[in-house]
Design a protein around this ligand. Structure first.
Ligand code: SAM
Length: 278
């Protein structure tokens, strides 16, 4: 990209960015709008009504376009991501929250009443979105959130502080529940569940492998968590999983006693997770 120092209005920037991104990523016009909206911290409506607004040329905007043209996720470029209609800080090293994880939050809230005052443990906190949403919806719950990634824990720490939950969500570094000796009432997790060798879209290469890959088959961490839940007799285990893992979970639990096992689907009608009540 040739960098020419000029001042252009929004309309010209949108045309310029669309051209730069054409053939490199899907929907270049929409991407151009998103880039400009984030850059100016304005919404779509404002953009439409202010197409003649002059944006002073800025190296940062060119840098954003260049990064996006290489399919780097916009969320890592802008350091912001929306989840459950709220804005969270995000950066490389933590998984970008996916919309389907909102369903996991709703599943927890179907079973756990707002008066619940026990201990919830989240395994694989990532950016912190699940624990923060649960802290909002279950104001009396104590929450411990675990991750093995120092980078993810840093992002979670910042989000937890931004939302004012530093005294309600305790972060711990470690694997699975190895750093939690307390009696756990509710276990929640969106663990890595993709098979190590699975072919992935190129934009996923920016996301941490630790957050994506669950082992050679993919469901190894889900199974380890199931074992822990059974071993420690955790009353509720809410878990997101891969679209092809429903039968494996049913099979895995065949020889164990439990009160209830229900599965839920995502908005594309793929199996996406389960609730296990012991
Ligand atoms: C799929 S991401 C989920 C992040 C976040 N909870 C979300 O839903 O967006 C999985 C997270 O689990 C963490 N993780 C992977 N293996 C782990 C382990 N053995 N113990 C604890 N955390 C682990 C990764 O570092 C990553 O942050």
């Amino acid at each position: 990209m040739l960098i020419i120092i000029t001042t252009m209005n929004i309309n010209s920037w949108l045309n310029f960015i669309t051209k730069e991104l054409s053939g490199l990523i899907e929907n270049p016009r929409r991407e151009a709008e998103l880039i400009v909206m984030h850059y100016l911290n304005r919404d779509q409506l404002w953009l439409i009504g202010n197409s003649a607004y002059e944006i002073e040329d800025d190296k940062k905007l060119y840098e954003w376009i260049q990064r996006r043209s290489k399919n780097e996720p916009l969320e890592y470029i802008t350091n912001s991501v929306s989840f459950y209609s709220q804005n969270f800080f995000i950066k490389e090293g933590a998984l970008i929250p996916r919309p389907e994880t909102e369903i996991l939050i709703d599943e927890v809230c179907k079973y756990i009443e707002s008066s619940f005052s026990g201990l919830i443990v989240e395994v694989g906190v990532g950016s912190g979105i699940i624990s923060i949403l649960l802290a909002q919806k279950l104001p009396l719950a104590k929450i411990i959130a675990v991750d093995i990634s120092e980078e993810a824990l840093e992002v979670a720490k910042q989000n937890i502080a931004n939302f004012g939950f530093s005294d309600r969500i305790e972060l711990r570094k470690g694997s699975l529940l190895s750093v939690v000796d307390e009696k756990v009432d509710v276990l929640v997790s969106n663990p890595p569940y993709i098979a190590n060798e699975a072919p992935l879209e190129s934009n996923l290469s920016y996301e941490p492998s630790l957050a994506l890959f669950g082992g050679n088959i993919g469901d190894e961490i889900v199974n380890e968590l199931l074992n822990i839940a059974l071993d420690r007799n955790i009353k509720y285990f809410f878990c997101e999983f891969g679209y092809d893992q429903k039968d494996k979970v049913s099979q895995y639990l065949k020889n164990y006693e439990y009160k209830e096992l229900t599965f839920y689907k995502d908005w594309s009608n793929f199996d996406r997770g389960f609730t296990l009540r012991l």
